[in-house]
Design a protein around this ligand. Structure first.
Ligand SMILES: [Zn+2]
Length: 309
């Protein structure tokens, strides 16, 4: 753990009673979390990858609001958003999408992270804590007098069990990893075409504030700009995948031939390999081999993927 980097994380009140915990720089394992508070009720949106990071978030939130979370929701199964669940008070009721719960239940990385990252992350004293309540399509949570609408996009996108949290009175949308602001998007456990289609679905909420799963909070024209960047990136993946399949290339060789163009400077650019693996398995109907995909990403990167979690 690098304490100086960790201390850069900060709590921002983006609208009255709506807090976001932003962890720069948003690269591997450094996610955003948040909370909606009204009256005497608080709903936390996601936790963090390590026990220490999750505690810092919850301590800062408690200091700012004077409340303990009554409810929490996970936007999807990935460990950067869920491993810290066990740091939540025992009384907090946890909500997640049906397939998110199954994904975390069978997630092997919480028991020990493979050396695909450097340094190898240490989650600390976390335990697998699964949702008490599962959602298939939609659930409205009443936080004091405030509605928070949890919605599943209807199919695979970032993962198979994504949920957004929409706060209509404040027009704040927590997207989880359906949006990576200024960092390379990741769809290897979801769908390239699904992640592309979900962008119109997100825009239709007409949010004033969009809280991405990683990267800075977005407002105004930046929302449209970032959604457009995702569109162009997914089209690039689709073109590279189609070209690679046609030429009989492996996902790794297809990735090596891709000119990332405007996306070349984004953090975690090796995700092109993982995203192409997803394109290939969706194309030929096979099962994703996550280990092989990560080994290819490490090969593309020329070594383990850097993390500062
Ligand atoms: Zn994720």
């Amino acid at each position: 753990m690098n304490a100086s980097v960790e201390n850069q994380a900060g709590l921002v009140e983006v609208r009255p009673g709506i807090h976001v915990w932003v962890q720069p720089d948003g690269s591997w394992w450094l996610n955003n979390a948040g909370a909606v508070t009204a009256g005497t009720t608080q709903l936390v949106v996601d936790t963090c990858a390590t026990a220490t990071r999750a505690r810092h978030f919850l301590d800062a939130l408690g200091a700012a609001t004077g409340q303990t979370p009554k409810l929490a929701v996970n936007t999807h199964q990935h460990g950067d958003h869920t491993y810290g669940n066990s740091v939540l008070p025992a009384t907090t009721v946890l909500i997640g999408q049906e397939q998110m719960r199954e994904g975390l239940r069978t997630d092997p990385l919480i028991d020990g992270c493979p050396p695909f990252w450097s340094p190898v992350p240490d989650w600390g004293d976390v335990e697998r804590r699964l949702p008490d309540i599962t959602v298939t399509d939609a659930l409205t949570v009443h936080v004091g007098d405030r509605r928070v609408e949890l919605r599943h996009p209807g199919g695979p996108a970032h993962t198979t069990g994504d949920l957004v949290a929409w706060v209509p009175d404040a027009r704040v949308l927590f997207t989880g990893d359906l949006v990576f602001a200024g960092l390379t998007p990741l769809v290897f456990m979801g769908s390239v075409t699904g992640a592309l289609a979900v962008l119109d679905w997100l825009a239709a909420f007409e949010p004033e504030v969009l809280v991405p799963g990683h990267g800075p909070v977005l407002t105004g024209d930046d929302i449209t700009r970032v959604l457009d960047e995702h569109r162009r990136y997914y089209h690039l993946v689709l073109r590279a995948g189609a070209d690679g399949v046609e030429r009989g290339l492996s996902p790794l060789d297809a990735a090596r031939g891709v000119d990332l163009g405007e996306f070349a400077d984004w953090a975690d650019r090796e995700r092109i390999v993982l995203n192409l693996h997803r394109y290939y398995v969706d194309h030929d109907g096979s099962d994703m081999d996550l280990i092989a995909a990560f080994m290819d990403a490490v090969a593309y990167n020329g070594g383990p993927l850097p993390t500062r979690v």
